[in-house]
Ligand binder design. Structure first.
Ligand SMILES: Nc1ncnc2c1ncn2[C@@H]1O[C@H](COP(=O)(O)OP(=O)(O)OP(=O)(O)O)[C@@H](O)[C@H]1O
Ligand SMILES: [Mg+2]
Length: 349
């Protein structure tokens, strides 16, 4: 199955909630890593002077260029980007200097648009930009909202969750009216979700009423692997891919991509490979063995003179060869070959 319908990319997403400790950074880092893993080149921009997203990916945020340098016009976006342990994922880090940016920009012309303007230099092969916003609704967050297509709002299932969201939604409306009329809500994400807590279900009901189409089906459980992974400088995908936290964030990434119309079957396969690495390794080995047998036999049949007289080709394998020949297996693309191998596997099973 190919692409069905598409929202144009790149897409710029602010992960925001002025409430502290709700999982903004955990979400930014892991969603950005998962989007990159699923094949969408992604830039994560740390907009929090605490620099947690930067340190959570093991980046040097003291001797390198940071988002502060970009905001005050001393560096361009491509110069400030750093590679990460995840292929396809780049980060512009932050450090405490960023506190100064709010003050230094206060009298600047178009101070709310500094980030948006800087991102005009984003290389064209990037598909997502994720902003990890600080726990405030100050100039840095306003810059992120002005540069974004949408807001992804992580929230915990607490009694005051909705009251806290009111203030965030006011800021969203103001930015939408004055600075960025296209700004949307990408989705609302339940973090540190605990279904055993009675209150959780009441909060979910209320959130469903307020954001009928926006609440993600993916819910992030409270999971110790998610809180451990930053101290190893890794997203959970590299730290413990078999954990529940990893599976939940991969489901979220899939939901984001699917809502934008970019679902492809290979995404399910990639998620399976990440979350079940042992099973995937066995499957790959089996597929490679089958591919080797098929290739050997195809070669032997094509050059019958080269087949040693004592070689016996069993019936099953011969049938495979004929099928492979009929479907131009040898000439087909890598992807088609993989499909063919899977079919072979099934028929052999
Ligand atoms: N699903 C989870 N399970 C367990 N621990 C989590 C989970 N999500 C986040 N945490 C932990 O909770 C703390 C706060 O998370 P995080 O830093 O992501 O929140 P934040 O909203 O970015 O905070 P701040 O407002 O300070 O920027 C961290 O110690 C993090 O490791
Ligand atoms: Mg944070």
């Amino acid at each position: 199955m190919g692409i069905i319908k598409m929202t144009s990319l790149p897409r710029f997403i602010s992960v925001a909630n002025q409430k502290g400790g709700v999982g903004k950074t955990t979400t930014s880092v892991n969603v950005a890593a998962d989007l990159a893993y699923l094949g969408f080149k992604t830039l994560l921009i740390d907009l929090d002077p605490q620099g947690n997203a930067s340190s959570g990916l093991g980046l040097d945020r003291h001797s390198s260029a940071t988002i502060y340098d970009v905001l005050i016009g001393q560096k361009e976006v491509p110069e400030a980007m750093q590679p990460t342990p995840v292929e396809n994922l780049f980060v512009i880090p932050a450090n405490p200097n960023l506190i100064g940016a709010e003050v230094e920009l206060i009298n600047a012309i178009s101070r709310e648009k500094k980030l948006k303007t800087a991102l005009k230099k984003l290389p064209s092969d990037f598909k997502f930009v994720v902003f990890d916003c600080p726990p405030s609704l100050g100039l840095l967050t306003i810059n992120a909202f002005t540069a974004s297509h949408s807001l992804l709002i992580p929230t915990q299932c607490e009694y005051y969750a909705l009251e806290g969201l009111g203030q965030l939604l006011n800021t969203y409306q103001i930015v939408k009216e004055d600075l960025n009329e296209g700004l949307e809500i990408e989705g609302v994400l339940l973090t540190m979700f605990d279904p055993r807590n009675k209150l959780t279900h009441e909060v979910v009901k209320e959130l469903e009423q307020h954001f009928p189409d926006k609440l993600y089906a993916a819910r992030i459980p409270r999971n110790v692997k998610l809180s451990e992974s930053p101290s190893f400088g890794k997203p959970v995908l590299l730290y413990d891919p078999e954990s529940k936290g990893c599976a939940a964030y991969l489901q979220l990434a899939k939901e984001i991509i699917t809502r934008l119309g970019y679902f492809e079957e290979k995404i399910d396969d990639l998620i399976h490979r990440a979350t079940h690495p042992k099973a995937a390794a066995v499957e790959t080995k089996e597929a490679e063995e089958i591919a080797t047998v098929v290739t050997d036999v195809v070669e032997e049949v094509r050059a019958p003179d080269a087949v040693p007289t004592e070689t016996v080709i069993d019936e099953t394998t011969s049938t495979e060869v004929v099928e492979a020949e009929q479907t131009n297996f040898v000439e087909s693309s890598g992807e088609a070959t993989q499909e063919k191998i899977s079919t072979e596997q099934e028929s052999l099973a």
